[in-house]
Design a protein around this ligand. Structure first.
Ligand SMILES: Cc1ncc(C[n+]2csc(CCOP(=O)(O)OP(=O)(O)O)c2C)c(N)n1
Ligand SMILES: [Mg+2]
Length: 337
C-alpha cells in the first residue's frame, strides 16, 4: 500500500481512539457526560476501512457506538466532542448527546441508539437513492444484537425484494481471536448456527470479514460499493472483532491508561488485563505493525502521526469545553406539535 494511504488509514483510526480516550477522561467530571455512553474502541478498522470506500454524499447509519462512525465518515472531532458534552457547537447543538451524534452535512442524517432502529430508515434512503438514480449508496452499521430484533428481518426482506443499494454492515464484536475469519466459527447466543447464514437464507450476497484488519476491510468494502454504484445490492457483511476489555462492565474504562503506540513493538508492556488484546486484537496496533513490516511507514513516521493526532484531539477537546451550553431560549427549536 502506498505510504500516503497507509498513513491516512492510521491517522483516521487514531483520531477515533484518541477522541474516545479523551471522552473517558472527560467523563470523570460527572457534569460533562451525565449518563451512560459507549465506545468504539477495538472496532476502528471496521468504520475507517468501510468509510474509506465512501464519498461524502453516501449515507451512513450508526448505533449507540456512533462516535467512531461519525469521525470515520469525516466528522470534525471538535463538533463530536462538543455534542457528547452537550455544547452549542456540537453537531446537533448539544441536543443529541453521545447516543445520537448525527451529522447530515457529511451523510449521517440520523442516529438511533435503539438496537436495530436505524435499519428501516437506512432502507428508506437506499430506496430514495434508487428512485433518483443517484448512484449514492447507504451503509448501515449495527451490532450482532440487532439480529435478535424483528425489524432486522423485515428490512432484509424488503431490501432484497427491491434490490436496494444498501450494505448491511454487521459488527460482530463478541468473537475470540480464534474465531476470526480463517480460524474458526464463532459460538453465538442466536438460534442460527452462524449469523452469516441468516442473510444468505434471504439470498443476500454475504461476506465474512476480519474486522480488525483495516486494509482488508477497505478492499472488500471498496469492491462492494463499486458493485452497488453499478446497480447491484443489497449486500451483507459480518465483520468480526474481539471485545476490548475496557468495554466490559457498565461504563467504559481504560485498563492500563491510554494506548501507547509503542505497545505495537513492546508487547509485554500493557497491563495484564489488556496485554493479549493489544497483541492480537487491537486494530490500530495490528495496522501499525503491518505498516512497519511492509515498509509503508517507519516507526518514527508512525510516532509522528500519533503525536499529531493527539495534539489535534487536545485542541478539539479544549475548544469543545470552551463552547457554551445551548441557549435556553432555543429549547423549543426543532420541536413539532
Ligand atoms: C430495542 C433495544 N433494546 C435494548 C436496548 C439496550 N441495549 C443497548 S446496547 C445493547 C446491546 C446491543 O448489542 P449489539 O447490537 O451486539 O451491539 P454492541 O453493544 O455489542 O456493539 C442493548 C441490548 C436498546 N438500546 N434498544
Ligand atoms: Mg455486539
Amino acid at each position: 500500500m502506498p505510504t500516503e494511504r497507509a498513513a491516512d488509514l492510521l491517522r483516521r483510526m487514531l483520531r477515533i481512539r484518541r477522541l474516545e480516550e479523551k471522552l473517558v477522561h472527560l467523563a470523570e467530571d460527572k457534569t460533562l457526560i451525565r449518563a451512560h455512553y459507549h465506545l468504539y474502541v477495538g472496532q476502528e478498522a471496521a468504520g475507517v476501512g468501510a468509510c474509506s470506500a465512501l464519498r461524502r454524499e453516501d449515507l451512513v447509519f450508526t448505533t449507540h457506538r456512533n462516535h467512531g462512525h461519525v469521525v470515520a465518515k469525516g466528522g470534525d472531532p471538535f463538533r463530536v466532542i462538543a455534542e457528547v458534552i452537550g455544547r452549542r457547537d456540537g453537531y446537533l447543538g448539544g441536543r443529541g448527546g453521545t447516543f445520537h451524534v448525527a451529522a447530515p452535512e457529511i451523510g449521517i442524517p440520523h442516529t438511533s441508539a435503539i438496537v436495530g432502529g436505524s435499519l428501516p430508515i437506512a432502507a428508506g434512503t437506499a430506496w430514495a437513492a434508487k428512485l433518483a438514480r443517484a448512484g449514492r449508496v447507504t451503509v448501515v452499521f449495527f451490532g450482532d444484537g440487532v439480529m435478535e430484533e424483528g425489524v432486522f428481518y423485515e428490512t432484509l426482506n424488503i431490501a432484497q425484494l427491491w434490490r436496494l443499494p444498501i450494505l448491511f454492515y454487521m459488527e460482530n464484536n463478541s468473537v475470540t481471536p480464534e474465531e476470526r475469519p480463517g480460524r474458526g466459527s464463532p459460538t453465538s447466543s442466536h438460534a442460527a448456527k452462524a449469523l452469516s447464514e441468516v442473510p444468505r437464507a434471504f439470498g443476500i450476497d454475504t461476506t465474512v470479514l476480519d474486522g480488525t484488519r483495516v486494509d482488508g476491510v477497505a478492499e472488500a468494502i471498496g469492491a462492494l460499493v463499486a458493485r452497488m454504484r453499478r446497480g447491484e445490492g443489497p449486500f451483507f457483511v459480518e465483520s468480526r472483532t474481539t471485545r476490548w476489555p475496557g468495554n466490559y462492565g457498565s461504563f467504559p474504562r481504560l485498563p492500563g491508561g491510554d494506548t501507547d503506540i509503542d505497545w505495537a513493538w513492546d508487547r509485554e508492556r500493557p497491563v495484564e488485563e489488556v496485554r493479549s488484546w493489544h497483541a492480537e486484537s487491537d486494530p490500530i496496533l495490528l495496522w501499525t505493525r503491518e505498516c512497519e513490516r511492509s515498509g509503508a511507514l517507519s516507526r518514527d513516521a508512525i510516532r509522528t502521526i500519533d503525536r499529531e493526532v493527539r495534539e489535534e484531539i487536545e485542541k478539539a477537546a479544549a475548544a469543545a469545553l470552551a463552547s457554551p451550553p445551548p441557549d435556553p431560549a432555543s429549547a423549543l427549536e426543532h420541536t413539532y406539535a
